[in-house]
Design a protein around this ligand. Sequence first.
Ligand SMILES: Nc1ncnc2c1ncn2[C@@H]1O[C@H](COP(=O)(O)OP(=O)(O)OP(=O)(O)O)[C@@H](O)[C@H]1O
Ligand SMILES: [Mg+2]
Length: 325
Amino acid sequence: MIEEIIDIQMLSDFEKGLDPRHPERSNIPATIIGYGEMSTIFEINRSSLENYAFKRMPIFRSTEEIDYYEILYREYNRLINDDIDIRIPECAAVRVIPNEGNIVLYLIQQKLPAQSICDRVIKVLDDNSIGELVIFILREMKKVFEFNASGGNITIGFDGQISNWAIKDYDGSGPPHIDEDTQFYYIDTSTPLMSKEGIEMLNPDLFLRSAPSFMIWLIKWFFLKGVMTRYYDFHLVTVDLIANFYKEQRADLIPSLIDRVNRFFEEEAQKLGTIPITQKEVLSYYREDALIWSLYLNLRKLDRFIHSKILRKPYVYILPGKIKR
Ligand SMILES: Nc1ncnc2c1ncn2[C@@H]1O[C@H](COP(=O)(O)OP(=O)(O)OP(=O)(O)O)[C@@H](O)[C@H]1O
Ligand SMILES: [Mg+2]
């Protein structure tokens, strides 16, 4: 258990001296190692913390909210690892009380080599191996959607994008080799979407907290309609995975990937009855998604500007830099 070995004093010192705008200039410097749509992953440059990747969540307004989130987070990780049989890196959640503002929850994961994360892996694989990689990832995801279809009272929301997967036990030296025996890690477990008896357990408001107040109406419309539900749908989760190849500048691979994926749906995942994917929907999904997320990020930057330059109040979130699409 990493909870027991993590240097909590050091983490709390890190929080005290954090510069969210320039994490690398904090008293204890942090180096950003990854961006998602919503959050930032970093390492903390101290030897006692060097083996871990950190995600900082300053969004909770009460201990009850953290308690509830943590229960979901642990249950989600447990279900994925034990019941669904998809490997996740060792993880922990640690609370830190900052100088001012909300209690901060740090989600901590064993740090994996950057070269093992699959958006990096596809940069070095040949085209055929990329196709195989996508099918192996689909095989992992199939377990989730089979679990969801198995008639239990819990269903799991899952975000299968390419950057959420890593090659397990690959240390990054030499070219990665992908075959039937390759094992994967699923790393993006901080959005524990879970529905019980058809009711979503995760409070979507939590993820609106870091959004500028002037645009909550826009995101509410976007989130509640689209984002929350699409992670429960194998077809849509796979459209998202394929659309990543636009973002990764490999649109040329998309037609052949769609062929492979549709064959997979028909031959290997027949029981799930997943609707085949078309090129048209992948393209329009990508366009809409890219537009929405870049709009969202720009409005958050505007919000940061308003907080720090006009209202002269602290802005507590670490925002991603430019995301190439
Ligand atoms: N344990 C880890 N070791 C190394 N790199 C990591 C680790 N966890 C995350 N990363 C890097 O950070 C990126 C984003 O991480 P992750 O997918 O967990 O967050 P996210 O996409 O921001 O999540 P969300 O969009 O749900 O907020 C990953 O694609 C990866 O490059
Ligand atoms: Mg991610």
